[in-house]
Every structure is written in structure tokens, then in C-alpha cells.
Write a protein that binds this ligand. Structure first.
Ligand code: PGA
Length: 224
């Protein structure tokens, strides 16, 4: 059985109370996920202010969840109002999503900015999950985990076909040899997750809307 990364991207959703409720439901259902984590790394990406409380809960109950951030600053510590640098984040998270299409579009993040984010993250000891929209999207050096997320598939209920996603994943790996894992993201849910994770070149999924309800997300985990 191949190793899979299952990334839950909560985006700008969930207060601290809602996050803890999600975790408590997850914890109550852990028995139904027995054996599921032998080949899966579950990476949860809450919003910044919620990360610390989520980490405390995960540590307290020893939940099989690793934390990630949804972004990271391209800068270090200092006079960068509103930014969260790696040096502050790394106490809480091991992974960081970089280059999500919502950030490229709403915050004008370009290849130059994203390259700086990747090198800053790696230098500080975080593992970037770098989002691309197609096989020709620029991927900075040092990236090992890529999430292929076609824009039309995000939040639309219209996922890519597993065959096309697999071809893109294969093309990315053959073009950039450092990339060891390619995840698929875009309208993944409990019904379709299995057809993506069983594809030869796909090493997991990045789930947005499908991760917000813990019961639906648990069904998703059971099916991949
Ligand atoms: P979605 O989002 O699962 O809601 O389509 C995926 C993403 O944007 O990462």
C-alpha cells in the first residue's frame, strides 16, 4: 500500500470553538479509523489564530494529526505588519501550503514571491505543499510535495477526471525529479476520493469543503 498525504484545508473557516468541536468529534470516532493511519499522514491546516489551540488539543489526546499552515511569510521576523514568519510558525506546524490559487488570485502572489516563500520555509525547517494549477505551472527548487489543483475544480463540485489528474501528476514528477509526492485537490469528497488515491502517480488529496464537517471527513478517510 502506498503512503498517502491527506491534507484538510479549512481556509478562512472555523472559530476556535468550532475547531475544538471538530476535533472532539474526530476523537470520538477514532475507533472507526483503526489501521487507517499506517499508510496515511493526516495534515490539518486551520487559520493562524486557531493553530495553537488545535495543537494543544492534538497533543493532549495524542491524535494522529500533523499540523500545517495555509500560507507563510516570504519575510523573516521584523517590521512586516500582518505577516507570520516561519520562526513563529514552526513551533506549531510541520507543513505549509504555498501558492494556493486563492492566494495567487486574491493576493497577487507571483512566481517570485512564491519562490521566496518556498526558500524561507525550507530554510526554517518547514515542508512546503506547493499548489500548482497545471503541469506547466512553475515549481521552485526544493519542493518535494506538490498539490495539483485545477482552478475550475476548486469548490465547484466538478473535480478533474482521475485519469487526467494522474497524467498531470506523472508529468510533474518526470519534469521535476525532486518532487516525490503529487496530491490532487479540487472537489474531493468521500464519494470520489478513492478513485483519485488509487491512481498510480497520485499520493494523496488536498480537501477544502469536504474537510469542514468531521463526520463527512471521517467517511472520506475511510475510503482512501
Ligand atoms: P475544495 O477546495 O475541496 O473545496 O474544492 C480544495 C482547495 O482549494 O484546496
Amino acid at each position: 500500500m502506498k503512503d498517502l498525504f491527506i491534507v484538510a484545508n479549512w481556509k478562512a473557516n472555523k472559530t476556535e470553538e468550532e475547531a475544538i468541536y471538530w476535533l472532539s468529534e474526530f476523537r470520538n470516532n477514532l475507533d472507526s479509523l483503526k489501521g487507517q493511519f499506517e499508510n496515511k499522514e493526516l495534515i490539518l491546516c486551520p487559520s493562524y489564530p486557531v493553530i495553537s489551540a488545535v495543537k494543544n488539543y492534538i497533543d493532549k489526546f495524542e491524535l494522529p494529526i500533523t499540523l500545517g499552515s495555509q500560507d507563510v511569510s516570504q519575510f523573516g521576523r521584523g517590521a512586516y505588519t500582518g505577516e507570520v514568519p516561519v520562526s513563529i510558525l514552526k513551533k506549531y506546524v510541520r507543513f505549509c501550503i504555498i501558492g494556493h490559487s486563492e492566494r495567487r488570485e486574491n493576493f497577487q502572489e507571483n512566481d517570485e514571491i512564491l519562490s521566496r516563500k518556498v526558500s524561507t520555509a525550507i530554510a526554517g525547517g518547514l515542508l512546503p505543499i506547493f499548489c500548482v494549477q497545471g503541469k506547466n505551472t512553475f515549481i521552485p527548487l526544493g519542493v518535494k510535495i506538490v498539490a495539483y489543483e485545477p482552478k475550475d475544480a476548486i469548490g465547484t463540485g466538478n473535480p478533474d477526471t482521475p485519469q487526467n489528474a494522474d497524467e498531470v501528476a506523472a508529468a510533474i514528477k518526470s519534469k521535476q525529479k525532486e518532487v516525490t509526492s503529487v496530491l490532487y485537490g479540487g472537489s474531493v469528497n468521500a464519494e470520489n476520493v478513492g478513485v483519485f488515491t488509487e491512481m498510480e502517480h497520485i499520493d494523496g488529496v488536498l480537501v477544502g469543503g469536504g474537510s469542514l464537517d468531521s463526520n463527512s471527513f471521517i467517511s472520506l478517510l475511510q475510503k482512501c
